[in-house]
Ligand binder design. Sequence first.
Ligand code: FE2
Ligand code: FE2
Length: 365
Amino acid sequence: MNKHSADATTAEEALAIQETLDSNMATEVAMKNTLLTPRFYTTDFDELDAVDVSHIKSEWDPLIERMLSDPNKGHFKKNDDWDQVDWDNMEPQLKKEFIDFLISSCTAEFSGCVLYKEMKRRGSNKEITQLFQLMARDEARHAGFINDALREAGVAVNLGFLTQKKKYTYFRPKFIYYATYLSEKIGYARYITIFRHLQENPQHRFHPIFKWFEEWCNDEFSHGEAFALLMKADPKLTRGVNVWWIKFFLTAVYATMYIRDHQRPAFHAALGVDPDWYAHEVFTKTSKLSKQIFPITLDIDHPRWKKGLLSIQKANQDLADAKAKGSKLAQLTSSIRAGFAFVMLFTVPSKKHSVPSVTRLEPAY
Ligand SMILES: [Fe+2]
Ligand SMILES: [Fe+2]
C-alpha cells in the first residue's frame, strides 16, 4: 500500500506523497495575495539560527520530547469515522464558502510548513533546527489532510507549485514570532471552539473533517508553546517599544479573523455558530493563553472594540463590492474607512498584567 502523508516523519516526505496526487485547480485561489489571505513568509534565518535556548532548557526540553514522541503520527488520514460527503447536493453557497475555508486553511498550514522547513534547511543550531523540523512535519500533514478533503470535491491545492510561485513577504524574526505565535494560538482556539461546539451539537457537523480538530489543535498548541519560548529566550522582545508591536499584531490578527469569518455566513449558519459569538469566544481564549508571554491583552469588552470591528468589517465589505464594480473612488473611500477603523481598534486601551515566570501551558479547553 502507498504511504500516506499522515505517516510521514518529515515534511519533505509528506509533501512528496501529496505531490504525486495533484494537478492544480484550487491553486489559483491559494495564489491570491491580499491583506486578508494567508501569506508566505521569509525571514532572517541567520538571526533565528543564533537564538540561544540554553537558559530555558527546563521548559524547552519537555516540549521537544513530546513533539518527538509524535502522538499524532498516522492521525491525519481518512478512516471509518470519515463519513461520506455529498458534495453534489451541498447547498451551493455553503459549498462555495466551505471550499474557500478549506483552501485558505490549507494555504495557511502550508505557509507554516514552508517557513519552518526553510529554517530547518538553513540553520545549524541543533535546538532550533530540530524544533522547526518537527513543526514542519506537523504542518505538512495538516495541509495534506485538508487537500485530501478538497480532492473529494474535485479540487486540491498544488503545494509544489505554490512553494515556487507564491510571493514571499519578508518579516524580521521578531515579527515572525509575534505573528506566528498568535496564528498558532488563535488556530488552537478556533479549532477547539468548533470541536467542542460540534460535540454538543453533532447535527451541525456537516463534514467529517471537524472530527479531527481536537488532535489537530493540540499540534497548533505545541507550536504556539515553542514560539512563546523563543520569545522568552530574549526578554527584550516583550518589553518597551515592542509592546506596541505586540498590540499591533494582536489587533491585526483579531480583526482579520473577524472580517474573514463574516465573509462566510452560510458556513457559520451550517455549523450553527454565530460569528460574533465565535469571535468573542476565540478572542477570550487566545487572550488568556497569550498572557503566558505577552504583558498586555486587548480589551475586547470595551465598547469601542465592538464598534471598530463592525466598521472595519463593513469597510472591507464595501471595498470588495467596489472592486467587483471597478469603482476606483469607492475603493479609495472604503480603504480610508478601513484604515480609520483599524486606528479606532488600535487605540482602545489595552489591559496590562504581569507575565508568569513559568511559561509553559497545557491545552485545557
Ligand atoms: Fe497546522
Ligand atoms: Fe501550527
